[in-house]
Every structure is written in structure tokens, then in C-alpha cells.
Design a protein around this ligand. Structure first.
Ligand code: AMP
Ligand code: ZN
Length: 465
């Protein structure tokens, strides 16, 4: 398995801390609104990374946080609190907003076949742990109190810009809507660990702390949640490219200052989905959600395929034209897969061979497009049907495109068949009971649904009108 590491800016061989095991952390959503399909591109790619690791034989433990407190409109601790913004918009409480959009997020993930991480932890669950880490950072001299807030002192670090890029203008993707300089900060990049006094007097969620009633800064949650569930060293940490700075840079700063050693070995960043006018956002243009795509007639699997056809380290531009092309490709591919008959016996040696080929293809820095190409190779090959199906089933544990799943229409057909058969046996019984009126009524009921039944010597048959 090879993977691009944002820390070294190189594709590296993946070596976990513990042989055969992978600890993986994903920055979860801020649950103040629906996820847009850009956010979901990131989660699809992270899902694929997890599944590739499992496909390659690793035992993966994956953790995700849910940001339900502390994320201000600008990633640099300024602007309005996102959760409060959502609550005001919908005249609900912050916790109602958090619960509603957490459910909405996982429902979108389910539609896109994104596996729920092994552990999902809302930030508000771990306030005592956050306070403990802030206290430790104060004790070690990595934090200071100013204007009644607690800040991390970035000047104490040998290296703050761990991702190498010192060009802040380029890095500060999430900080552009910065509204005002915080005069309490000693250094420009210092960040808030704990707010006790700020301009947000109406902050909804507040907790007692040694520094007064307040609430945590955004970054602390990922360090604490990660350490609680994965220990002091983790293998892979994931997020969208905009998380690299300041969020991940600050996570590393505080975690390594706290631990006194390296925290995470591999940093995995997914590039953005853009619309034709630029970066996708929740406040600009059409708010592209999975439900919106569904309402326009797209199967969510088409969007998953759209994401898998491109490489996660390249920006991807969304347009309905490209999505239409993907929809046509997806339909053709699925029809081809569904037309494979399970004839013969699966050739296990071939299945293993093709498994290894796929592991190598997608294991090369998540080359999912290559994985899909291999799937076409399987279909084109002269392997027997049973072998092809077994290989495709194997590939589907990573791709998760529902290629082997009959469409809903067929499921409805199954339901209809069961219903007709039940009615036929009811009618047979009615005839045996000499209740001919009932028997006729059942026949008429079926006829009204376009189903014609015929009594033959072999029994009752039915057909569509
Ligand atoms: P948020 O809910 O805003 O915290 O974002 C959730 C995830 O989506 C984070 O990992 C972001 O980095 C990622 N993200 C935000 N915008 C985009 C985008 N346009 N394309 C891909 N990922 C994004
Ligand atoms: Zn995070």
C-alpha cells in the first residue's frame, strides 16, 4: 500500500505503528446544516481509503468527531459561531440543530454507501478531556491567558508550518472571511483553546472550567477525541484540503506539545469539489445536496461513481453535464454486471489473482479510477460467470457502487409477485370453500391491477395484461 503523505509531500510506503493494524481519524462534519456534495466527496474518498486498507488485509479502527460546538464562521476563531447561526436560522436550539443535521449527515452517507466509522464522538461529549488538555498545555508553558481566553502560543514551537507551505495566503483557504484581528493574540497564528470571554455573550453551550464559564476552541476536539480512542500515536488522519491550515496545523501543534512526541504519521487530504464558479459552499449558488440530486432523478451511486472516477488529490469540477455522462456510464456498467450469469464454478485461483491486481491498483495512492478499469477488464475477460461475479463482489467491498444489487423496480416486482401469489392461494381456497363470489372478487381485484389469471390443468398461472 502506497499513500501520499501531506507531511512529507511524497508518496510513501504505508507502514502502520502496529503491524496489521491501522488507526485512522477523520475530521467529521460541523452539524449546522446539510452536507453539500463537496463535503461528501471528502467522505467518499476517506471511506474508500478505509476500505482499501481493509481489502489489503489491515484491521482498521476509524474514529470520527462531530463538531457540535466551537466552530466559528472563520477557521481562525473569528466570526459567528456556526452552530448558533444554524439555530437562529431555524429558530431551534443548538442541540436540536446538532441532532437533526447529524442524522441528516449519516443518512446522506448511507445513501452513498459510506460506512459509519467504528467510533463517532460528538465534541460536547468530551468537555472534561478538553479542559484537561488545556490545563496541561498551560502547565507546560505552551498556552497563555489573555482577555480571559486561553490561547496556544505558536512561538513556542520549533516548526509551526508542518505542512511545509509557508505561504499563508495560499494556506488560509478557510480564513478568507476573517473579519477582525484578535488583539489578545501574542502571535498572529496563536489560536483559542478555550473561550471564556468573547464577543459571543449569547453562546448557547457553556461549561464550567478553571478559567470561568466558557466553551472550547474548534481544534482541541480532534486532538482529544483522537487520543481518547486511538491512543498517543495514530497512523492516518484525514480531512479536506482546507483542513490542512489552520485546523490540522493547530491539531498537530497542540497534540505534539501535549504528548512531547510525534502524534500522527500520515496526513491524507482530499482536494475540493468545485462548481463552475469556484469552490462549493453552503451559502453560495445552488445548495447541492444528495437529496437535491435525488429529486432531479440521479441515483446517489452516480455521484459516488463520479467521485471515484477522479483522483482524490485533484480538484474536481461538478456540472450536470458531467454527472449525466456518469449516469449513462453507470447504467451501462451496472447492466453489464447484472447480465453476467452465475454459470460454472468460481475459479478460486483466478479470484485471488484478480484480488491482488485490484489491491495493487487501488493501493497505489487510492487510484480508484484504475480499480474501475480493472472491473471492466474482468467483464471483458473470458472467465466464467461465477468467477466474474465473485471477483466483482470482492471489488465491490471497496467501490461500493451497488453494481450487484437489483434496482428498486425489481424489488417492487418481487413484492408484487408475493402479493399476487398470496391472492391466488386465497382464491384457490375460496373456490375449495365454494365461495365463488369471493374467488371472482379476487380475480377482479387482480385484473384491476393489470394482472390476468388463468386456470390451467397444471394450476393457476398469471401474466400481465
Ligand atoms: P465542515 O462540515 O465544514 O467541517 O466540512 C466537512 C468536510 O468537508 C471537511 O473535511 C472539509 O475539509 C470538507 N470540505 C469542505 N468543502 C469541501 C469541498 N468543496 N470539496 C471537498 N471537501 C470539502
Ligand atoms: Zn479535525
Amino acid at each position: 500500500m502506497r499513500i501520499y503523505n501531506s507531511l512529507t509531500r511524497k508518496i510513501e510506503d504505508f507502514v502502520p505503528n502496529e503491524p496489521g493494524k491501522v488507526s485512522m481519524y477523520t475530521c467529521g462534519p460541523t452539524v449546522y446544516h446539510y452536507a453539500h456534495i463537496g463535503n461528501l466527496r471528502t467522505y467518499i474518498c476517506e471511506d474508500v481509503l478505509e476500505k482499501i486498507l481493509r481489502f489489503s488485509g489491515y484491521d482498521v479502527k476509524r474514529v470520527m468527531n462531530i463538531t457540535d460546538v466551537g466552530h466559528l464562521a472563520s477557521d481562525a476563531d473569528t466570526g459567528e459561531d456556526k452552530m448558533l447561526k444554524g439555530a437562529k436560522r431555524e429558530h431551534k436550539s443548538v442541540m436540536e440543530i446538532a441532532s437533526f443535521y447529524t442524522d441528516a449527515f449519516f443518512s446522506d452517507c448511507a445513501k452513498l454507501n459510506i460506512r459509519t466509522p467504528d467510533i463517532v464522538e460528538p465534541a460536547t461529549n468530551l468537555i472534561p478531556e478538553f479542559i484537561h488538555m488545556v490545563e496541561a498545555l498551560l502547565e507546560k508553558g505552551y498556552a497563555y491567558k489573555a482577555g480571559d481566553n486561553i490561547y496556544f502560543d505558536t512561538s513556542r514551537l520549533k516548526e509551526y508550518y508542518v505542512f511545509g507551505n509557508q505561504n499563508e495566503e495560499e494556506l488560509m483557504v478557510g480564513v478568507r472571511d476573517d473579519v477582525s484581528e484578535d488583539i489578545n493574540k501574542r502571535n498572529k497564528n496563536d489560536f483559542v483553546l478555550w473561550f471564556t470571554k468573547s464577543k459571543f455573550e449569547d453562546q448557547a453551550l457553556k461549561w464550567e472550567s478553571p478559567w470561568g464559564v466558557g466553551y472550547p476552541g474548534w481544534h482541541i476536539e480532534c486532538s482529544c477525541i483522537g487520543m481518547k480512542h486511538l491512543g498517543d500515536r495514530m497512523d492516518i488522519h484525514c480531512g479536506g484540503i482546507d483542513n490542512m491550515f489552520p485546523h490540522h496545523t493547530n491539531e498537530i501543534a497542540q497534540s505534539e506539545a501535549y504528548l512531547g512526541h510525534k502524534w500522527c504519521n500520515y496526513w491524507f487530504h482530499v482536494h475540493h469539489l468545485n462548481d463552475e464558479t469556484g469552490k462549493m459552499s453552503k451559502s453560495k449558488g445552488e445548495f447541492l445536496t444528495v437529496s437535491l440530486l435525488e429529486s432531479k432523478g440521479y441515483d446517489p451511486m452516480v455521484y459516488r461513481m463520479f467521485a471515484l472516477q477522479s483522483h482524490y488529490r485533484k480538484p474536481l469540477t461538478f456540472s450536470y453535464d458531467t454527472l449525466d455522462q456518469t449516469a449513462a456510464t453507470y447504467k451501462k456498467l451496472k447492466n453489464r454486471v447484472l447480465s453476467v450469469k452465475a454459470d460454472g464454478q468460481a475459479d478460486e485461483a483466478e479470484v485471488k489473482d484478480w484480488h491482488d491486481k485490484f489491491a495493487q491498483a487501488v493501493g497505489n495512492d487510492c487510484n480508484t479510477a484504475m480499480g474501475i478499469t480493472l472491473l471492466y477488464d474482468v467483464l471483458k475477460s473470458d472467465l466464467n460467470g461465477a468467477t466474474k461475479l465473485k471477483i466483482i463482489e470482492d471489488y465491490e467491498t471497496v467501490l461500493s457502487l451497488n453494481l450487484l444489487k437489483e434496482d428498486k423496480k425489481e424489488e417492487t416486482d418481487d413484492e408484487l409477485t408475493a402479493y399476487i401469489e398470496e391472492k391466488i392461494s386465497e382464491r384457490t381456497q375460496a373456490k375449495k370453500d365454494k365461495d365463488f363470489a369471493k374467488a371472482d372478487a379476487i380475480r377482479d381485484e387482480l385484473k384491476a391491477k393489470g394482472i390476468v389469471i388463468k386456470d390451467t390443468r397444471e394450476g393457476v398461472t398469471w401474466s400481465r395484461e
